[in-house]
Design a protein around this ligand. Structure first.
Ligand code: BG6
Length: 522
């Protein structure tokens, strides 16, 4: 059964069922013995295969371990066994495993790339997936280019030039693409360097920079809510909206990723990518059409409109924190500084709260309040659009303030849905009112479970739809804002605000929303 997809380039129109299936392809996973491959990629590929979305493909593991095809197949079988998402059927697993191959090589060794060319060079489609530590990216990209496997810039003079809006050549069924995992650089300078390196071997339309938040069903729904309905857009502006709150709270700590997290922190790990992408989707203007570049052009305008924060304003518009020991979901947890791989005097933030403004006609003066943290009271990601209170307080006893204002809350996860909070009269003879909710829940309104973000994103990469991937200029613009905060934090060293694990973050973040506003309860 071929994959059923709508309007080729258009994930928002999939309901219109046009039948399409990716060309036959080989997916080469660099870093095939790593954590991402076992936790996300292999289960997602199996899920797509099981659902009949991909049929003619090969999965090629590429890593240092001295394995043969059979060894890697055994590993893949174990990965499927231990992944919670699917209960694999033995016959289907066997069929899947026959499509799995392995190349044992270091990332430097040109011999490994020759093997790709010899064994899989004839495949009509080739997709390279960088699932290695980011330090290996440039080596792999360079070697792919040198081995003639990248099919990138036609002339060497084009290296370094990033062409947006360029379309893939219409050679039916043939493609060559590369997916780059996050972190994409750790500053604007390093992201630019990586973009230049990619542009030396690939054209921009071949490059897929992943941000798994964009693969979440509810994140895609932000655009449908705004532009697929007539009712919201007229009041989606500074005239009616008081502020927007975006929260991404986790109960998890760093989960054995201490060494990575020490160099990242909440700002680089979450704000630069996931949170700023959510800001883009909430704040962007309607695109002219659904071409990936039309959407990404609008998102880029949002990123470029973020008011830069001077070092002085970083002091008043941001709060950084780190979790101490505490109780999370009933269990005792240790402080961040005691986590494996973390320095006992670490200055890395596990919590960040930021108040930012967009310099645009639509959003002038509207604060966007961003907050993210690990080891918080509850796992939740949500966007709350908080409306202004009525201009004239007609009913007796009403005071302006958060309790009176309506909110539209987009629940990204868990319990995916949308809630509108408004005031209603309490039944009885007096004129009392109380906030009530109108609630839409994905779980009860749609029979199907939402697809795993990685399944959606991988399938889009196989089909050549880059809408849900970030473009070079978007990534660099997001880094520019994050760099300004990080540099000010490094220079001014504002005090680290410690918070007990299981709380809603540092006390000092409470005042950040400003007079008459408050964070939504975690
Ligand atoms: C990743 C971060 O990008 O997102 C992790 O590196 C974080 O630190 C994860 O835990 C959260 O993703 P999700 O989908 O569970 O919200």
């Amino acid at each position: 059964m071929p994959h059923c997809i709508a309007m080729a380039e258009n994930p928002l129109m999939r309901g219109l069922s046009v039948t399409r299936e990716p060309a036959e392809f080989a997916l080469v996973i660099f870093g095939a013995s790593g954590d991402l491959t076992s936790r996300k990629l292999i289960p997602a590929l199996y899920g797509l295969f099981r659902g009949g979305h991909i049929r003619a493909f090969k999965v090629v593991g590429f890593a240092r371990r001295a394995w043969k095809d059979e060894d890697f197949r055994r590993q893949v079988a174990e990965m499927l066994e231990s992944s919670s998402g699917h209960s694999p059927s033995p016959a289907l697993v066997q069929e899947f495993l026959r499509k799995v191959f392995y190349i044992s090589s270091t990332f430097e060794d040109a011999g490994g790339y020759r093997q790709i060319a010899e064994r899989f060079g004839g495949e009509p489609g080739k997709l390279y997936y960088l699932a290695t530590p980011p330090g290996e990216y440039e080596t792999i990209i360079g070697r792919l280019g040198a081995a003639g496997l990248a099919e990138g810039p036609a002339r060497p003079s084009q290296a370094g030039a990033v062409a947006f809006g360029e379309q893939p050549s219409p050679t039916a069924g043939r493609f060559c693409r590369i997916v780059v995992e996050k972190p994409f650089g750790n500053s604007q300078a390093t992201a630019r360097r990586l973009n230049d390196c990619l542009a030396g071997a690939f054209r921009e339309h071949q490059v897929y920079r992943i941000d798994h938040y964009l693969g979440k069903e509810t994140v895609q729904n932000v655009m449908v809510l705004r532009f697929g309905n007539g009712v919201f857009e007229p009041f989606w502006n500074s005239r009616y909206i008081d502020h927007v709150q975006i929260t991404m709270a986790e109960t998890l700590g760093v989960e054995g990723r201490g060494a990575y997290y020490e160099k990242a922190g909440a700002l680089r790990d979450i704000v630069q990518n996931h949170l700023l992408q959510l800001v883009c989707l909430v704040a962007m203007e309607p695109p002219n059409d659904l071409h990936p570049d039309s959407i990404r052009n609008e998102k880029l305008k949002v990123l470029k409109s973020i008011q830069p924060l001077s070092p002085e304003r970083v002091g008043t518009e941001t709060v950084r924190g780190q979790y101490a020991g505490g109780i999370v979901e009933g269990g005792e947890t240790t402080a961040y500084r005691q986590e494996p791989g973390v320095s006992p005097s670490s200055d890395t933030e596990t919590f960040a709260a930021i108040r930012l403004y967009l310099d645009s006609w639509r959003w002038a003066g509207v604060p966007f309040l961003l907050r993210t943290g690990k080891r918080l009271a509850r796992r939740t990601t949500e966007i709350a659009v908080q409306f202004k209170h009525p201009p004239h307080l007609l009913f007796p006893g009403l005071r302006p303030g958060p309790a009176l204002a309506n909110a539209l809350v987009l629940r990204i996860q868990p319990d995916e849905g949308i809630m509108l909070n408004f005031n209603a009269k309490v039944p009885g003879f007096s004129l009392d009112m109380r906030p009530v909710n109108m609630d839409f829940s994905y779980g009860s309104s749609f029979a199907d479970d939402p697809a795993e973000a990685y399944e959606r994103l991988l399938l889009d990469a196989f089909l050549g739809d880059a809408t849900l991937y970030t473009r070079a200029d978007e990534v660099e613009a997001a880094w520019a804002f994050v760099d300004s905060i990080r540099e000010s934090w490094q220079e001014a060293r504002p005090p680290m605000r410690f918070y007990p694990a299981g709380s809603s973050g540092p006390e000092e973040s409470r005042a950040l929303p400003g007079e008459g506003r408050r964070w939504r309860k975690l």
